[in-house]
Design a binder for this molecule. Structure first.
Ligand SMILES: Nc1nc2c(c(=O)[nH]1)N=C([C@H](O)[C@H](O)COP(=O)(O)OP(=O)(O)OP(=O)(O)O)CN2
Ligand SMILES: [Zn+2]
Length: 146
């Protein structure tokens, strides 16, 4: 069981859910400035995603916890992150650093949430790469046209 205190995120939604996951994956950072991280190596990543919204679905869910696990653990566990299309553009914005992994997870989840009638939002993704290193990604709020 994963037990950790995560940073809080401010929002005005009534419901907030959090899902913890862990996954084993290999990666490398494809730039000479990354030092030893240029070499393929592995981590057990600990991920926490925070979803918020005001409207529950017919099951009483904001979003099914299992949907979140499938999107993250199901896609990345026991893989080489660099081999995913998400991380292959060659731009530093798409290198599989902790920062980018957190942002990509947020984007993948939000794309799924956008299909749900209640339109929940992913407000925070926490990714711990090592016992001493983690990143928190919070998407900027999308401005509405109304
Ligand atoms: N801003 C970032 N810096 C580093 C990243 C990253 O993704 N974003 N990644 C790495 C390496 O991939 C490495 O896996 C993690 O580095 P580090 O925290 O230095 O790992 P250590 O276990 O050696 O940490 P210590 O606290 O020194 O034991 C590097 N930097
Ligand atoms: Zn690493």
């Amino acid at each position: 069981m994963i037990q950790q205190i995560y940073p809080q995120v401010n929002h005005d939604y009534q419901y907030e859910l959090n899902k913890d996951m862990h996954l084993s994956a290999a990666h490398y950072v494809p730039h000479e400035s990354a030092g030893p991280c240029r070499n393929v190596h592995g981590h057990t990543y600990f991920v926490n995603v925070t979803i918020a919204g005001d409207t529950l679905d017919e099951s009483g869910f904001l979003v099914n916890f299992k949907t979140l696990k499938n999107l993250v653990h199901g896609q990345f566990d026991h893989t080489i992150l660099n081999e995913h299309a998400l991380f292959q553009s060659g731009s530093p914005e798409d290198f599989p650093t902790t920062e980018v992994v957190a942002r990509k997870i947020s984007e993948v989840i939000q794309a799924e949430l956008d299909q749900l009638p209640g339109k929940p939002v992913c407000v925070q993704v926490f990714v711990r790469e090592t016992p001493t290193s983690y990143v928190v990604f919070r998407p900027k709020k999308v401005k509405s046209n109304g």
